[in-house]
Design a protein around this ligand. Structure first.
Ligand SMILES: [Zn+2]
Length: 173
């Protein structure tokens, strides 16, 4: 497996609508495995293909955070929210493409998601808690949407300026 570099906001590839995956291939499965490896290494609980510059509808996640609990890596091709609760919940979100910036985002507390798994089988499952927040955050990435798009323009600009500075600093090293 190969670690892939994660794009940092602002980057035009993070603002694009990603295309549905037409057919699973070994290359796509390898990409998904690389994404999981990259996510665990970061470390993070979710990663979307556009974050490594691939504009296809693929996300990976694992929101098991307790040490000692078995990991639960999920690979989702063409994930789709098919139902959401009226109940909302607020989580302090972060993003591997926006390092060290966190903000409260309100989203439906529970969602039902349908996707194609690594073996090409259709799956559907209800998610709640951190899983619900994470899967919605990752699906947003496939539509060119970042968690900072839920914030006020002022807050968003502040974070974007910090990221521009971070990228300049990193380029200098
Ligand atoms: Zn993210």
């Amino acid at each position: 497996m190969t670690l892939r570099p994660i794009l940092i906001h602002p980057d035009p590839r993070l603002k694009k609508l990603c295309a549905p995956v037409p057919d699973l291939s070994d290359a796509l499965r390898k990409l998904a495995d690389d994404m999981l490896e990259t996510m665990y290494d970061a470390p993070g609980i979710g990663l979307a293909a556009p974050q490594i510059g691939t504009l296809e509808r693929l996300i990976v996640l694992d929101c098991v955070k307790e040490t000692g609990e078995a990991p639960r890596p999920l690979i989702m091709f063409n994930p789709e929210v098919v139902a959401s609760s009226d109940d909302k919940s607020v989580y302090e979100e972060g993003c591997l493409s926006i390092p060290e910036q966190y903000a409260d985002v309100e989203r439906p507390a529970e969602v039902s998601v349908r996707w194609i798994d690594r073996d090409g089988n259709e799956q559907q499952e209800d998610f709640a808690g951190l899983w619900a927040t994470c899967v919605q955050h990752e699906i947003d990435h496939l539509n060119g949407k970042l968690f900072i798009d839920y914030l006020t323009p002022l807050k968003r600009q502040l974070i974007t300026r910090k990221m521009q500075k971070l990228k300049r600093d990193r380029a200098r090293v």
